[in-house]
Design a protein around this ligand. Structure first.
Ligand code: NDP
Ligand code: X2W
Length: 343
């Protein structure tokens, strides 16, 4: 299979490149770079690659991409896929878009949460929300890879929401991310002096993943009215922990909850249910896994679900490869790491 990749100078694009190089079904990776006018050694484009790296980067050209490849990955900043998508949509060429541009169904919602103009509703109608561990068997050629926080949160909530086990208005998510989630551009909050040995709550009630989480929850269970969602930056390279609090409906006990999670994820190769043994971030870093643990307080009726992922893998490049595997009817786990870096 021949792969086109745009965005190798970013964190997610580089992670994708590393995964694709080890994918058993990938025969060629063509890198396209927006600011090149001629073929250029890849190590000159991304200085994280050493000078022995022989691959070349090519100038961006949509027609050439479609002529020479089977699928395109867009690992580009918010707003760029909106500008690049049209020729691929016109020709039904498969695209896996890691940005948030095509995840929402209404242009006004994108404008409100991303503060920029996104795709038209006609174009949005062609995209598919690729939450790979749960949404499958679709026909669309444009796959919107979910956001990192959204992935951890939705995988943690799905069994509760789908089986209607919780009060619909009781969802509170307190999520924390490492710095790679913010991409390569430096900001005041990601400056070493501010981030190191610190924890910062940010985008309170304004995080751009709120609408995509809510849309998916409501697709599963229309009674969910809203959710309370908070994000914090913690001084680690990679990883997300979503601590999800929900109030369980009367008559539902620990065994019912565990059963719902087991039923949901019995055939999901990347989801590990730890039940009452709560997961930590290092248990998934380096893998495409999502580890989920539960703590039910029978006195208060509140359930804590802890969902952890590696934001660069399950939260970005790993899930994107999983979406490619599903689209081309390959094994779900092909080319994807199932074991974390550390134990
Ligand atoms: N990091 C993460 O954990 C996650 C990221 N995402 C999303 O994935 C996307 C990539 O993320 P990340 O790698 O972290 O971001 P980075 O900021 O690290 O990289 C952004 C990439 O977009 C490229 N780019 C910018 N402008 C253009 C343009 N006009 N045409 C083509 N390419 C362009 C940049 O190229 P150059 O620098 O050469 O201009 C760079 O390669 C983002 O939309 C992000 O929100 C999603 C889930 C998780
Ligand atoms: C730590 C950190 O800053 N994380 C980013 C997540 C980036 C992301 O996934 O954004 P998209 O929705 O555009 O894909 C954030 O909170 O905005």
């Amino acid at each position: 299979m021949k792969i086109a990749l745009v965005g190798i100078t970013g964190y997610a694009g580089m992670q994708l490149y590393q995964l694709l190089q080890n994918h058993p079904n990938v025969t060629q990776i063509n890198i396209y770079q927006h600011d090149l006018s001629q073929k250029t050694p890849l190590w000159q484009v991304n200085n994280r690659l050493d000078h022995q790296h022989l691959a070349m980067a090519l100038p961006y050209d949509s027609q050439q991409i479609m002529a020479d490849n089977d699928v395109l990955f867009l690992a580009t900043s918010a707003g760029i896929a909106t500008q690049l998508a049209q020729p691929f949509l016109d020709q039904d060429f498969p695209v896996i878009d890691l940005s948030g541009d095509f995840r929402l169904k209404e242009p006004e919602t994108y404008q409100k949460w991303y503060h920029k103009t996104g795709p038209t509703s006609q174009n949005l109608a062609h995209s598919y929300y690729g939450l790979a561990d749960l949404n499958q068997n679709h026909q669309q050629h444009y796959i919107a890879n979910p956001g990192c926080y959204a992935t951890a949160t939705l995988l943690g909530l799905a069994p509760l929401v789908q089986a209607d086990l919780i009060y619909p208005d009781s969802i509170i998510v307190d999520a924390k991310s490492g710095l790679s989630g913010a991409g390569k551009s430096l900001s005041t909050s990601s400056h070493y002096l501010r981030a190191n040995e610190n924890m910062q709550v940010y985008k309170a009630n304004q995080h751009q993943h709120i609408p995509e989480i809510l849309a998916q929850l409501q697709a599963w269970n229309p009674t969910i009215p809203h959710l309370q969602f908070m994000t914090s930056l913690i001084p680690i390279d990679r990883g997300i922990m979503a601590s999800i609090y929900t109030k369980v409906k009367p008559g539902i006990g620990q065994a019912d909850i565990q059963q719902a999670y087991q039923k949901q994820y019995q055939a999901a190769p990347f989801i590990n249910l730890l039940d009452e043994d709560l997961p930590d971030i290092k248990s998934v870093v380096g893998s495409n896994n999502c580890n989920i643990g539960l703590a039910f307080n029978e006195k208060t009726g509140y359930l804590l679900t802890v969902s952890v992922i590696d934001n660069m893998l399950k939260g970005a490049a790993g899930q994107a490869i999983q979406n490619m595997n599903q689209f081309f009817h390959l094994n779900d786990t092909s080319g994807l790491p199932l074991h974390p870096n550390t134990f």
